[in-house]
Design a protein around this ligand. Structure first.
Ligand SMILES: Nc1ncnc2c1ncn2[C@@H]1O[C@H](COP(=O)(O)OP(=O)(O)OP(=O)(O)O)[C@@H](O)[C@H]1O
Ligand SMILES: [Mg+2]
Length: 580
């Protein structure tokens, strides 16, 4: 692999990310100007220190600088300007202070801009997760999604910081080189050749950086998966006595994370000693050369001091380049996640709708969850008439929930059309459409929060009376009233502190609070006892007498009460008629 390519790739990702998450236009020029000013102060200070030493020793004759290139006479001139060594020392002190202030300002601006960029990227990824096609999210592992949002997006700030440091480092090196050149061209030439050799050696050493970075990413993902499993699958792990086995897998992933991190640290820790030794060798060569060329001592000292101070800049550049190569895989995945042209989106639609008047029609609808899988629905045609109760029945895996998923616009059909009152569903304003629906299912997705938060989610503006009414209708009140904190009870991890029937009732209350035009119940009462189910069904039938209800249930009684039954088998409609 071309050794410069991971760095170039990282810079390319960063460039693309900076365009997505724009930074203030003044940022880069301001940072470069500050960096340049700081290095100018630094180089001037160093060169003046040499003049100061000579002036303090009393050998202020021009002869001391005789062979100091262009800078020699200038240094000699400095004596005349400053007069006393004390004044010169003051000037040097001021230069050092100025440099410190400039560096501080630079850091502050760079950090602020970097953090702003990370924040924008993070927010964009979060938005992306909420808007991108549901199938796209389903296909990705949770740990990966967490990693991109939770940790990798932060790296953009670091990458931006590295980028500005590299730019400034390069400017400083140019500045140092200009001063060196003004002192003596043979020394400059020697330093240049030495730096090129050193940089080639360092790049060779840094080659494994990107591969290691990729490894770090993978290892962290595996570790993330184990952590998620511990938290989300705790019940199953304990129920099957898998603690030991699971912990061993975690230990393995954890050890692997340590090993890869260590390998990376080892790689970057090699840079410093090698740079140091390289510069030392270069300095020896220069001093030997200076003796040979008959360079004045003052010039040699000034050059040595400049080279000595140049070394941290060179090290910093190499360090940041290495870091960029390392985080290239992470930057790539943030960039891929943020790209919008390669992902499906549910368009917001443009046709307003405020009621369901005639009904919903599925016309020859075919849908599969992924290429290569056999379709979950094939050429399905049926109607859900408005103002009536339609039952959707069929064996497990027949495609019932898939129909609900299409109605919720989580997915769109690959063939055929779904129309609502004659309008193509995709063209209907998404917000309008969802406002007409209320859905409760077999597995209720409870969110972290209180019982109240969970029900209120369906209708944030609902009054407390309406909330209590929905809770009462769904049979929630009878168990929530017995809890010490009532509706303020914290739901906790996936609602495991409630029984499945209680969770289903919370889901029902949520759907009912929405007071929808189309109520969808997907085995929403499968965990309730027959009595409770009958009671809740009755209440719903009364309340929704002239509204549209779509109900999925394996219970014959529920189906018999429907006005209209659609029977599915293997993703096809096999009957579409009255309950009889
Ligand atoms: N997210 C998904 N990705 C891939 N395949 C899926 C997905 N969801 C469902 N399927 C598949 O689609 C088919 C229909 O599933 P669906 O959930 O619609 O069945 P169902 O009739 O609701 O069954 P049940 O009565 O068991 O709930 C099944 O073969 C199922 O494996
Ligand atoms: Mg289902």
């Amino acid at each position: 692999m071309d050794m410069a390519s991971p760095r170039r790739a990282a810079l390319d990702h960063l460039d693309a990310l900076l365009r997505l998450a724009p930074k203030p236009v003044w940022a880069t020029p301001a940072l470069v100007a500050l960096g340049l000013a700081a290095s100018l102060a630094e180089t001037l200070g160093i060169t003046m220190i040499v003049a100061f030493v000579y002036s303090a020793m009393g050998s202020s004759e021009q002869a001391a600088y005789a062979s100091g290139g262009v800078l020699g006479p200038m240094l000699a001139h400095a004596h005349g300007v400053f007069g006393s060594p004390a004044r010169m020392a003051l000037a040097i002190l001021l230069l050092i202070l100025a440099r410190a202030a400039l560096v501080h300002t630079h850091r502050a601006i760079s950090a602020q801009v970097g953090e702003r960029i990370s924040e924008t990227a993070r927010n964009r990824i979060h938005e992306q997760y909420l808007r991108v096609g549901y199938g796209f999210m389903q296909r990705h592992e949770q740990a990966q999604l967490m990693q991109v949002l939770g940790t990798e997006s932060w790296l953009i700030a670091d990458a931006y910081h590295s980028l500005t440091r590299i730019r400034i480092g390069a400017c400083s090196i140019l500045m140092f080189a200009a001063f060196l050149l003004a002192l003596s061209w043979p020394i400059t030439l020697t330093a240049l050749v030495g730096s090129v050799i050193l940089s080639l050696v360092l790049r060779r050493l840094a080659r494994p950086a990107q591969t290691l970075g990729q490894k770090v990413k993978q290892v962290h993902q595996v570790l993330g998966e184990q952590m998620l499993m511990t938290i989300e699958g705790l019940r199953t792990i304990r129920a099957y006595g898998q603690e030991q086995a699971h912990h061993e897998r975690f230990l393995q992933a954890s050890a692997e994370a340590r090993r890869t991190s260590l390998a990376l640290t080892r790689l970057s820790s090699r840079l410093d000693p090698i740079t140091e030794v390289g510069f030392l060798v270069m300095l020896c060569v220069i001093i030997a050369g200076a003796v040979h060329w008959g360079t004045a001592l003052a010039t040699v000292i000034a050059a040595a001091a400049l080279l000595y101070r140049l070394q941290p800049h060179a090290r910093e550049i190499e360090g940041h380049l290495l870091y960029l190569a390392q985080i290239e895989p992470q930057l790539r995945s943030v960039r891929l996640m943020l790209a919008t042209d390669d992902k499906p989106y549910d368009l917001p639609g443009h046709r307003p709708i405020d009621a369901l008047r005639q009904g919903i029609r599925f016309d020859d609808v075919t849908f599969g969850y992924a290429d290569g899988l056999s379709p979950a629905l094939s050429g399905v045609t049926f109607e859900i008439p408005a103002g009536r109760t339609t039952a959707l029945v069929g064996a497990s895996g027949a495609g019932k929930t898939t129909i609900i998923n299409l109605l919720l616009r989580l997915y769109s059909p690959q063939q055929g059309a779904i129309t609502v009152d004659g309008l193509p569903l995709q063209e209907v304003l998404r917000v309008d459409w969802l406002a007409l629906l209320g859905v409760a299912g077999q597995d209720v997705d409870l969110i972290e929060g209180t019982v109240l938060d969970n029900i209120r989610m369906a209708n944030a503006g609902a009054s407390h009376e309406r909330l209590l009414d929905a809770a009462h209708m769904a049979g929630v009140a009878e168990f929530v009233d017995t809890l010490p904190d009532g509706y303020e009870t914290w739901i906790g991890q996936q609602g495991h502190r409630f029984s499945s029937g209680q969770r289903q009732r919370l889901g029902l209350a949520r759907a009912l609070l929405r007071d929808p035009q189309l109520l969808i119940l997907d085995e929403a009462m499968s965990a309730l006892d027959a009595d409770l189910e009958r009671r809740i069904r009755q209440a719903i039938d009364e309340r929704f007498a002239r509204r549209t209800v779509l109900i999925i249930s394996h219970r014959a009684a529920t189906v018999r009460e429907a006005d209209h039954v659609v029977r599915l088998a293997g993703g096809r409609v096999v009957a579409n008629d009255s309950p009889a």
